[in-house]
Design a protein around this ligand. Sequence first.
Ligand SMILES: *Cc1c(COP(=O)(O)O)cnc(C)c1O
Length: 214
Amino acid sequence: MSINKDKYLSLRKELGSKVVLVAVSKTKSLEVILELYDQGQRDFGENYVQELLEKARVLPNDIKWHFIGHLQSNKVKQIIPFVQLIQSVDSLKLLEEINKQAGKVQRKPELLLQIHIAEEETKFGLDEGELEEIISRRSQFGNVIIRGLMGMATFTDNLETIQREFKYLRSVFEKYFTSSDGLLSMGMSSDYDLAVKEGSTMVRIGSLIFGERN
Ligand SMILES: *Cc1c(COP(=O)(O)O)cnc(C)c1O
């Protein structure tokens, strides 16, 4: 297995400097990750704590690891020293735990709040009421930096549905964050172009670069 280098380079060109490309490397081997690293990629995304830790311990330490999967509170402590951005903060309880654990270490972790925008019940995320509550209590979370929002659209061929969901996420983002330093993480292999049109500043792309996962 190796990376699709042409696709990767054209993606980078297409996204330019305004949109951060996070290469989603879950299930991918150290070798293919290094292959992409050698092309200059530094932002990588992982979904599982154990897998991220195993990779982070042996791969170059200028890699910026993004955690994008559902995070259990009891694993927060392990992951904090290794992760650049936790994109999937999907409950107040999890935020409280991250804030607590971050208080014990020197560095302030950066976070995104994951918003539920899809039709599927199975996807994680906060609703707008929960988001409002967190924002209103923002001053209590002084050990972390809440940088913006993340969301995953419905898995569908219906472009209108996806576009509506991204538009909604963008509008929520604009209520609480500024475009100058806020991060809006939306868009994956199948829908990143739509996401960018709707104002995404960070896309999370796996299969387009690495090929389909098993
Ligand atoms: C796996 C995953 C991705 C990447 O998906 P692709 O379709 O392979 O690009 C992006 N975001 C999240 C949250 C994921 O779990």
